[in-house]
Design a protein around this ligand. Structure first.
Ligand SMILES: [Zn+2]
Length: 574
C-alpha cells in the first residue's frame, strides 16, 4: 500500500466506510477495466475435495456469467469425458457476459499442429477463447519436455499461429513464468515474445508454484510489459500471497486477473476472486463488474462451495460468515453506533451481512441487536431483557454456546419474550443400539411418540446409521404428515464437543447442528451429559426454527396445534 492510498483510504474511512464509488486516488484509475478470467471449473477442480458433475459445471458457469466474469475456463477438452460433455452442453446456454475458454497445452514435440490430438480436442470444443499453457522456465524444458530451448520456442510459435487462424481469441499461459524469469530472464521473455509475434491476444504470467513475492512479481511484470502485449496474471497461494501478487501485477500493468471462486485449486489453491475482485474494485477503483454484480459475490461464493459439497472457510475475507461478525461487547456497542468503527467496507457491497455473535462476552447491546434483527419488539421490556441476559449467562456457564447457533438463540428469545404456540409435544422417545456379533454392523433404531397438532398421538420408528441419525429420521417421519415442508430440511453439519474433559465419559457434551432447507442455513445447539439428549435438543430446535420460518412466510399451516402445550418456557423444548 502506498502512502498516498492509505491516506486516501483513511479519508474514505473518516467519511464513512469504503463505498462503491472509488476513492479520489481510485477515480484516477477508474478508467482502467480489469478483465476477470475464472478458472474455478478447471484449476479450481484440481483442488482437494472439489468435484463438480457436468450439471454442476453448467450451473456454476451460469452463476459466473451472472456475476459478470468475462472469461470462464471450462476445462481441458480431450483430457476427460466430463469436460468434453461440458463443452458440448454449454453451447446451448445463453450467456450474457462471459466467453467460454478451453484449456490445453502446446503441440507435443515432433508433432504437426494439425496432427496433435490435444490441439484437435481444443478446436472441437468450439469455444471463442482457447488458452494454451507453455513452458517458460528453462528447467522444465530440459527436465520435463527434454527438448532444446529453441525447439520449445518453435512449439509455442506454431501452436499459437495454428490456433489463431481458427479461434477468435488465443491466450498464452506462461507456466512458471516468475521462476523462469529468476532462472533465465532472457529465455522467459523470449517465450512471451514468440507468442506475441505468432498472434497471441494476451500473455498470462503464471506463478504456478505459488512461491513468488509481490516485489518479484512487480519487477518481472514491468519487464514483460515492455513487450507491448496485453498481460494477464495467474497466481497460486502456496506462500499465502496469490491475491497480493495478483494486485502487484495489476499495478505493474496486467489487465486480466485469473483466479477461482473461494480460492479453490491445487495444493493451497489459486488467487481467490472473492478477495481479488472487491480489492480491485472497492479499494483500488478499477472496474471489474457492476456494483449490482459485486453485490452477488457472497452468494456466488456459497453457491460454488455448496455444489462442490465443500465446507466453506468462515474467515474468508469479504464473503466468509465471520467476515463481518462481531463478538466482543465493546465492539458490538461501537458497531451499533457506527459500523465503520470495526468494518473496513460495507458488507452489503459484496452481498454479505453484519453479524453479532452471542457469547458471554456480549452484553445488553448484543441482545438488543439480535432482538432487532429477529423483529422482536423489546420496547418497555427491560425486566424481561435483564432476566434473559442473566439466563443466557447461566446457560453459557452450563456449556451452551450460541455463536454457531443463532436459531437456538432466536428461539430462546422468543420463548422468553414472545411465547409462540408449540408445533408438537414429545411424549417420549427410545433409542436402541444393537451389535449382534463382533464383526457385524451396529444396528440402530429410534421410536418417537409425539402429540400431533390435531391432538392425535403419532408413534413412529426409523432405522439409522447411528442413534442420532435414527432419532432424526423418526422425528421427521412423525412430523412430515403435519408439516410436509420438513422434507426439505437437511442436516449439513453435526459436531460434538466434550466439555469439562477431565471427567472422561461422565463429561457433558455440546452438540452443534447446522441445518438448511435450500434457501437458508441455521445453527442449533444442545447440551447434556447424554449425547443423545444433547442431539435431541439441537434437532428439535432445528425443526421448530424451520416451522416458525414457514409460518412467517406462508401463515399458519392447516393443522391445529396441541393447545395445552402452548407457550414454551425458558429452555422448554419443542
Ligand atoms: Zn494454475
Amino acid at each position: 500500500m502506498s502512502g498516498e492510498r492509505s491516506g486516501t483510504h483513511a479519508r474514505a474511512l473518516a467519511a464513512g466506510r469504503t463505498a462503491a464509488s472509488p476513492s479520489p486516488a481510485g477515480a484516477a484509475r477508474a478508467a482502467r477495466s480489469i478483465e476477470i478470467y475464472d478458472t474455478t471449473l478447471r484449476d479450481g477442480t484440481q483442488g482437494e475435495g472439489v468435484n463438480y458433475t457436468v450439471r454442476d459445471k453448467i450451473a456454476v458457469a451460469c452463476r459466473l456469467d451472472d456475476f459478470g466474469v468475462s472469461v470462464i475456463e471450462g476445462g481441458w477438452p480431450g483430457s476427460n469425458a466430463r469436460d468434453a460433455a461440458f463443452f458440448d452442453q454449454i453451447r446451448r446456454e445463453k450467456l450474457r457476459h462471459a466467453k467460454i475458454a478451453a484449456f490445453g497445452s502446446t503441440i507435443r514435440p515432433g508433432k504437426a499442429a494439425s496432427a496433435d490430438t490435444g490441439i484437435k480436442a481444443l478446436l472441437e470444443a468450439g469455444t471463442a477463447v482457447v488458452t494454451i499453457v507453455a513452458k517458460s522456465w528453462d528447467l522444465h524444458v530440459h527436465e520435463d519436455l527434454r527438448i532444446g530451448l529453441d525447439e520449445n520456442l518453435e512449439l509455442i510459435s506454431k501452436s499459437i499461429a495454428f490456433l489463431k487462424k481458427r479461434v477468435e481469441r488465443v491466450i498464452l499461459d506462461a507456466e512458471h513464468f516468475f521462476d523462469g524469469y529468476r532462472a533465465n530472464r532472457t529465455y522467459a521473455l523470449s517465450c512471451l515474445r514468440v507468442a506475441r509475434d505468432a498472434g497471441a491476444d494476451l500473455l498470462c504470467l503464471c506463478d504456478t508454484r505459488g512461491g513468488s513475492l509481490p516485489g518479484d512479481v512487480t519487477t518481472a511484470t514491468l519487464d514483460a510489459a515492455t513487450l507491448g502485449a496485453p498481460l494477464g496474471i495467474h497466481c497460486h497461494d502456496d506462500s499465502g500471497l496469490a491475491v497480493a501478487n495478483s494486485l502487484a501485477a495489476v499495478e505493474a500493468g496486467a489487465c486480466q486477473v485469473q483466479g477461482t471462486i473461494n480460492g479453490f485449486g491445487e495444493r493451497c489453491g489459486n488467487a481467490s476472486l472473492c478477495t481479488l475482485v472487491p480489492n480491485l474494485q472497492i479499494k483500488m477503483g478499477y472496474h471489474c463488474v457492476t456494483p449490482t454484480q459485486l453485490a452477488r459475490l457472497t452468494e456466488v461464493s456459497r453457491f460454488c462451495a455448496e455444489l462442490a459439497n465443500v465446507e466453506i472457510e468462515r474467515r474468508l475475507p469479504y464473503v466468509g460468515r465471520a467476515a463481518f461478525a462481531h463478538k466482543g461487547g465493546l465492539h458490538v456497542a461501537a458497531v451499533r453506533k457506527n459500523a465503520t468503527t470495526y468494518e473496513h467496507v460495507d458488507p452489503a457491497l459484496v452481498g454479505n451481512e453484519q453479524r453479532v455473535l452471542i457469547s458471554d462476552l456480549s452484553g445488553r447491546s448484543s441482545v438488543m441487536h439480535k432482538a432487532e434483527q429477529f423483529g422482536i419488539d423489546v420496547a418497555g421490556r427491560q425486566d424481561e431483557l435483564a432476566f434473559l441476559l442473566g439466563h443466557l449467562k447461566d446457560l453459557e456457564h452450563s456449556g451452551f454456546q450460541f455463536e454457531g447457533a443463532d436459531a437456538s438463540f432466536e428461539l430462546l428469545m422468543r420463548r422468553n419474550l414472545h411465547p409462540f404456540e408449540r408445533f408438537f409435544r414429545l411424549i417420549g422417545f427410545r433409542v436402541t443400539d444393537e451389535k449382534r456379533s463382533e464383526e457385524g454392523r451396529t444396528w440402530c433404531e429410534a421410536t418417537v411418540m409425539i402429540e400431533a397438532p390435531d391432538g392425535a398421538v403419532e408413534h413412529t420408528a426409523a432405522e439409522g446409521n447411528g442413534p442420532v441419525n435414527a432419532l432424526d429420521r423418526a422425528l421427521r417421519k412423525a412430523l412430515t404428515k403435519f408439516y410436509p415442508s420438513i422434507k426439505k430440511v437437511q442436516l449439513h453439519d453435526y459436531k460434538v464437543r466434550v466439555l469439562d474433559g477431565s471427567s472422561g465419559t461422565e463429561s457433558r457434551v455440546r452438540v452443534l447442528i447446522e441445518s438448511g432447507d435450500g434457501e437458508e442455513r441455521w445453527g442449533t445447539v444442545g447440551v447434556s451429559h447424554n449425547v443423545v439428549e444433547a442431539s435431541w435438543q439441537a434437532l428439535v430446535d432445528s425443526v421448530v426454527y424451520h416451522l416458525l420460518r414457514q409460518e412467517e412466510k406462508h401463515g399458519k399451516s392447516g393443522g391445529k396445534k396441541p393447545a395445552r402445550a402452548a407457550g414454551g418456557k425458558a429452555r422448554g423444548r419443542a
